[in-house]
Every structure is written in structure tokens, then in C-alpha cells.
Design a protein around this ligand. Structure first.
Ligand code: AMP
Ligand code: MG
Length: 375
């Protein structure tokens, strides 16, 4: 009986030949077993549409463009993100960045680095993050023949960086501080998470790599919360995810543009680097320095001499991770233009813009394609 409704056939039905041209009575539509199933199906479908509609709407309403500006790691840090609950995610990101700073800063009492430096050669239990930073430091130390060396802590202090009193040290002072320089004086275990300084004069300073590492970790934290567009900028150490933030969604993702400061006049930009994903990071002799007898002493030390470097005004590195970019930028400042450029050309996936003390621009082979020079 229940098939009646479906029949308005031009040819006789194979089982009911007498039903040709017969039409179902209206009530039959709602009485049969399969009609009931159809009704349930229809209801379920409508419900599904409503639920998914509410879900999409809720998702759309919780899309936020958020930004935080904080003072951290001795610099201005800006974090921007577009996505679901971006406001809350960025609050958590800032907390996470502060936690990492409190582990990695040599100047914060109780940090991993502080405890290592004050352990008189004993093994110190540290966090996994400190080990990760040391691994990056070791790799860049190795690949730069020691131009990047986080054991210059005692030498930095002697010059007064990280303290109130900056001064040119005496030759004897320098000599004794230099005794502890050399990454081979650092022993650490990834598995057991401890670090030990083998030489009594060795002091760690992760200032040349930690900021980049924290930028990476902040970026990964934001991504892990489901956000796909973000910029983390720690005083010019920038990492971008998914292009430019705050751009209208219907335009699609667009590259983010990162300005390179003029080393002579920091108010001006001399170049703009465009990237969709990755780190753009600059080391400069103008970031931290003091002037004595007309000579500018910058905060980047040549581990071979124990003295501040000269020759390059700034080095901008473009690569995927900010931690390695940070360490390479510092290393190139030490190596100078020839050896520095050779390092970059040799390092897969790394590009650089070097600005010499004479304000000459030097770019690695793949850098021009990413860079707009503004002068
Ligand atoms: P950046 O601004 O990234 O070049 O880092 C500079 C910081 O790196 C300094 O403030 C020191 O903490 C640290 N540093 C200076 N010279 C070296 C070096 N040769 N190797 C590793 N770290 C260094
Ligand atoms: Mg650096």
C-alpha cells in the first residue's frame, strides 16, 4: 500500500499493472513506513543545517584581530594575531614569553642561565628550553668557527654590557675573562637535562639567540591554538605566520612587510622585506653601544679578540626560524662582510642583507627577490 503515493506512471507498474495513471491519495504520503523515515531524515537534515549554521556563526563571531604591546627582554615586543579568540590567546602568549625570558636571561636571578653561571662548575638541572637554545648555539658556533659563542658572558660584563657602568676594560682584565671563552667549555645532556661549565672563568650569555628562540616559541604557541595569521616582533626580531595580519579576509593572504632600519637614522627605513612565513631579524651595532673617546663600542663581541666588532652596521637575516636567524645575524656581525656573506651563501634557506659601516648594501643571492631597497 505504501508505494501508492509514488505512482503516477506512464507505463504499468511491474507488480501492480492496474495502477497505471493512478495518483496517491494525499494522506498516504504521511502514513507509510518509508514516509516516516523520510520525515525523520528531513528533520535531521534541517537540524544539521541549523547546528552547523550556529557553529559557523559562532566561529565567525569569535574571529578577532588582537594586538599586545609589552616591554620584555629589554625591548618593545608586539604580538599580533587574527583568529578565533585571539585576545585570549595573545594574553597567554605574553605569559609564555615572560616565562621563557625568566629561564633564559643571564640577568634574572634564579633563571637557568643565572644558576649555571653561579654553580662553580657543578651540574645544574635545567629546562628543556634551555637545552634547545644551547643546541642552536652549538650548531651556529660550529658552523661559524666560533664567531658565535655564548660563552662570552664574562667578557660582555667586563665591557659593562648588561650592567650600569660601561667602560673599556684593561688588557689584563680582558685576558683573564677570555680564558673562559669557548663553547667547548660547556657540557650538557639533552636526555638528563643538565648543564655544566667546565672552566671557572666561563659565563654563559644567551642574549644573541634567546630573543629569536622566544619569538619562535611564541609563534608556535599561537599556531597551536588554531590561529593561522600572526606576527611576533621583539624589537625588530620578527616572525610571520600566514602573511599580513589585519588584512581583509576576502583579499586572501598577503605577504607581511618588515622594515629594515637605517643604521644611521633609526627613524628611517632603508629597505622593506616581504615574507609570507618565516623570520626577518636584524642585528645592528646601533642597538646597544657606548661611545668613549669618539669610538663606538657595540654590544657584539668578537670571541677571538674579546673586543666589540667593527665593520658592519647591521645584518638582516631571512630564514624560517627566528632562533637560528638571531644567532646567524650576530655571527655575521662578527665575521664581517666577506666571511659573513660566504656563510650565508653556504647556509641553505638563509638570505641576508648586510649594511657596512660605510652604508654600502650587500645582499646574498636570493635576498634581492625579497627586498625593496628604499634609497
Ligand atoms: P644581537 O642583538 O642578536 O646581535 O645579540 C647581541 C647580544 O648577543 C649581545 O647583547 C650579547 O648578549 C650576545 N653576544 C654578543 N656577542 C656575541 C657573540 N660573539 N656570540 C654570541 N653572543 C654574543
Ligand atoms: Mg642575535
Amino acid at each position: 500500500m505504501h508505494k501508492l503515493w509514488a505512482v503516477r506512471r506512464k507505463v504499468p507498474h511491474e507488480n501492480h499493472p492496474w495502477l497505471v495513471y493512478c495518483r496517491a491519495p494525499r494522506s498516504a504520503v504521511f502514513l507509510g513506513g518509508s514516509q516516516l523515515k523520510l520525515k525523520q531524515l528531513l528533520l535531521a537534515f534541517i537540524l544539521l543545517v541549523i547546528v552547523s549554521g550556529v557553529w559557523v556563526l559562532q566561529g565567525y563571531l569569535s574571529m578577532e584581530s588582537a594586538r599586545r604591546d609589552v616591554l620584555m627582554m629589554d625591548t618593545f615586543v608586539s604580538v599580533m594575531a587574527d583568529g578565533r579568540e585571539a585576545e585570549r590567546v595573545l594574553d597567554e602568549t605574553v605569559v609564555e614569553m615572560r616565562r621563557l625570558e625568566a629561564l633564559l636571561s643571564a640577568h634574572i636571578e634564579g633563571s637557568d642561565v643565572y644558576r649555571i653561571n653561579n654553580a662553580l662548575g657543578a651540574q645544574v638541572s635545567v629546562s628543556a628550553e634551555t637545552i634547545e637554545v644551547l643546541e642552536v648555539a652549538e650548531e651556529v658556533f660550529r658552523r661559524t668557527n666560533g664567531a658565535f659563542d655564548v660563552t662570552i658572558g664574562a667578557v660582555l660584563r667586563l665591557w659593562g654590557f648588561g650592567t650600569e657602568a660601561r667602560q673599556v676594560p684593561t688588557a689584563e682584565e680582558l685576558l683573564s675573562a677570555m680564558n673562559g671563552v669557548g663553547f667547548t667549555n660547556v657540557e650538557f645532556s639533552r636526555e638528563e637535562k643538565w648543564v655544566r661549565l667546565k672552566h671557572p672563568a666561563t659565563r654563559l650569555d644567551l642574549g644573541g639567540v634567546a630573543k629569536g628562540y622566544i619569538v619562535d616559541r611564541a609563534t608556535e604557541f599561537i599556531y597551536s591554538r588554531g590561529i593561522r595569521h600572526a606576527v611576533v616582533d621583539a624589537g625588530g626580531d620578527v616572525r610571520i605566520t600566514g602573511g599580513r595580519p589585519n588584512s581583509p579576509r576576502w583579499l586572501g593572504a598577503r605577504k607581511a612587510r618588515v622594515g629594515v632600519q637605517d643604521p644611521v637614522n633609526r627613524e628611517r627605513l632603508v629597505a622593506v622585506v616581504s615574507v609570507m612565513d618565516g623570520a626577518v631579524l636584524t642585528s645592528g651595532d646601533y642597538e646597544r653601544y657606548f661611545v668613549e673617546d669618539g669610538i663606538r663600542y657595540t654590544h657584539i663581541i668578537d670571541p677571538r679578540t674579546g673586543s666589540p666588532v667593527r665593520g658592519l652596521s647591521s645584518v638582516t637575516i631571512v630564514t624560517s626560524k627566528a632562533a637560528v636567524a638571531d644567532a646567524i645575524a650576530t655571527a655575521v656581525m662578527v665575521l664581517g662582510k666577506e666571511a659573513g656573506l660566504a656563510l650565508i651563501e653556504d647556509w641553505e634557506g638563509v638570505e641576508a642583507l648586510l649594511i657596512t659601516a660605510e652604508q654600502e648594501f650587500i645582499m646574498s643571492s636570493g635576498m634581492a627577490a625579497l627586498t625593496e631597497v628604499l634609497r
